[in-house]
Design a protein around this ligand. Structure first.
Ligand SMILES: NC(=O)C1=CN([C@@H]2O[C@H](COP(=O)(O)OP(=O)(O)OC[C@H]3O[C@@H](n4cnc5c(N)ncnc54)[C@H](O)[C@@H]3O)[C@@H](O)[C@H]2O)C=CC1
Ligand SMILES: O=C(O)C(=O)COP(=O)(O)O
Length: 531
């Protein structure tokens, strides 16, 4: 039975999905220490977290059976996604379930900031009646700068417009056309923060967004600006924010997230102009049910070998798309593997040429599979579809893809050309409906053979008796020949033979074949054929 470990508080409904599935063992260890997590993770197939659990490289390396990490929420910055990718572990999240909740929360913070509600509440409770001290500002006619215009940024903008605010936004993926449609101004980061009266950030925390708002940016802002961070601690540089508060550039800040959480001793908490909450953005009953159910369903589906749309480190495919692309994915791995096993020396470049039907498919899936086929032969650790691109990048293999709508002869064709320090090799294959996968080109040789798990390849002189001789040696070794193709460049010139065999050919008999007069090269290869 597959085992799922839950280490953060997940709504009952989400847990119910997991228990009700019936085919998993669920272990709840909320609040587990980092050390204990590293210790126990080896026993689990899946891990379910929110933002408290730090899924570090150590946890991932210790998770020998781990296949999926589920994040009940959006941000995955508490998970070492790169390490998970390299280990072939899928990371999934639940990005839709808490969008409105977090946008409503951000808006509540903006109103609270504009009207000093938390400070006034604390003042009255301490026995004071301070009406003039807490004079606020209207949101109407103010400019709201939104940095990061994804799901949450968009929902915040809609609410701001209803309050009569003008919205200006910066997001590298936000087009002017979309901005016009939504009635907002699309601008650069600098222009956004220069013009705004309120600035709110809604990007993920990445190496590019860490300290996106720092001293240089605060220096550009209007004096008296109010800033909000209900996205991730670290997008706004906290030390720079302190300086901006001290200098009076920032007149108020609303923070839900911190560079270090829990934020027990954060100096920003001592500033009366700062209102602060303990990472509550997604904490509504509704959002917690949504994200927990979404990610629980995702874990169940993926552990059962089905698909889930919100995969962080592997493009998601619908069941229908998967079915269509599957034959090309299989073909890709086979020809990648065949090319890798036939090249002499190392591989520096993988050139993939797609013709016809594959270009209408999610090609990333085929390319990953080709790389898996190539790298499995060279790389010391297991290569997965999830890790293939990253491993190729890390070991410095250049990957070039070209796409042609048509091929002169075949309705679909994939060619993989490997170039290395010593040689080059090209293998091409096609999928023939009703007849499966066919290898149709091996370097300059045209062939037509269905790939099989075990194959013998020979390069030799085209001369009488070669086929019989090789067949005889294989027969003596007890290896049955299941299929065969011979191809030559010219009569009496260079030729090659590809044989599908029923089992492995031992070294002694391979040497006998190799020693045949006129034989240049002999290889026994094994291909990743899926039954
Ligand atoms: N306080 C809380 O409890 C919650 C916080 N969050 C945080 O909010 C973030 C955003 O969530 P969603 O809107 O759902 O994600 P999203 O992926 O829909 O939107 C993020 C946007 O940021 C943009 N972006 C990325 N890099 C950027 C850059 N350098 N400059 C400007 N824009 C950039 C992206 O293009 C994207 O449009 C999450 O990553 C998470 O960290 C999310 C939910 C709850
Ligand atoms: O979904 C997100 O990114 C959040 O920040 C929510 O975090 P949480 O699940 O409440 O710890």
């Amino acid at each position: 039975m597959q085992r799922i470990l839950v280490t953060d508080p997940i709504s009952e409904q989400g847990l119910h999905e997991l228990y009700a599935a019936g085919d998993f063992e669920i272990v709840e260890k909320v609040g587990i220490s980092a050390g204990e997590l590293v210790h126990v993770i080896a026993e689990f197939d899946a891990l379910l977290v929110r933002s408290q659990t730090k899924v570090t490289k150590e946890v991932i390396l210790a998770g020998k059976k781990l296949r999926v990490i589920g994040r009940a929420g959006v941000g995955v910055d508490n998970i070492d996604v790169r390490a998970a990718t390299k280990a072939g572990i899928l990371v999934i999240n639940a990005p839709d379930g808490n969008t409105v909740t977090t946008a409503e929360f951000t808006f509540s913070m903006m109103l609270a900031l504009a009207r000093h509600i938390p400070q006034a509440n604390a003042s009255l409770r301490s026995g004071k009646w301070e009406r003039t001290l807490f004079t606020g500002v209207e949101l109407r006619d103010k400019i709201l700068g939104i940095v990061g215009f994804g799901r949450i940024g968009t929902e915040v903008a809609k609410r701001a417009q209803v309050f009569g605010m003008q919205v200006i936004a910066y997001d590298p993926f936000l087009s002017v056309t979309r901005g016009e449609k939504l009635g907002i101004q699309v601008a650069s980061l600098d222009e956004t923060i220069q013009k705004a009266d309120f600035i709110t950030v809604h990007t993920p925390l990445t190496k590019d967004t860490r300290h996106l708002i720092s001293d240089k940016e605060f220096a550009m802002m209007k004096r008296g600006v109010k800033v909000l961070n209900c996205a991730r601690g670290g997008i706004i540089d906290e030390a720079a924010l302190i300086r901006a508060l001290d200098e009076g550039v920032v007149s108020g800040a609303a923070l839900d997230v911190y560079e270090e959480e829990p934020a027990m001793a954060n100096p920003l908490l001592s500033y009366p102009q700062v209102i602060a909450t303990p990472h509550l953005g997604a904490s509504t009953v509704e959002a917690q049910v949504n994200v927990a159910v979404d990610v629980a369903v995702g874990l169940i589906r993926l552990l059962r070998g089905e698909s889930y749309p919100h995969t962080v480190n592997l493009p998601a495919l619908s069941a229908e798309a998967r079915k269509k692309v599957e034959p090309f994915v299989q073909l890709g791995e086979i020809i990648g593997s065949m090319a890798a096993q036939t090249i002499r020396g190392s591989v520096q470049q993988v050139q993939i040429k797609y013709f016809g039907e594959p270009i209408t498919q999610p090609i990333d899936a085929i390319t990953r599979s080709i790389l898996k086929g190539v790298l499995t032969h060279f790389y010391r650790e297991e290569v997965h579809l999830i890790s293939a691109n990253l491993i190729a990048e890390e070991i410095g293999i250049e990957v070039i893809e070209t796409k042609q709508p048509r091929h002169a002869t075949y309705a679909n064709l994939i060619e993989v050309q490997l170039s290395g320090d010593q040689s080059k090799v090209a293998v091409a294959g096609t999928v023939i409906p009703g007849h499966g996968l066919h290898i149709i080109q091996m370097d300059e040789y045209s062939v037509d053979i269905a790939p099989s798990e075990a194959m013998v390849l020979t390069w030799h002189r085209d001369q009488p008796g070669m086929i019989g001789h090789v067949g005889g040696i294989l027969g003596q070794s007890g290896v049955n020949i299941a299929s065969m193709q011979v191809s030559r460049q010219e009569n009496g010139g260079q030729a090659m033979m590809i044989l599908g065999v029923d089992r492995e050919v031992d070294a002694m008999h391979l040497k006998q074949i190799r020693d045949t007069v006129g034989m240049d090269r002999v290889l026994y290869i094994e291909l990743p054929i899926q039954s």
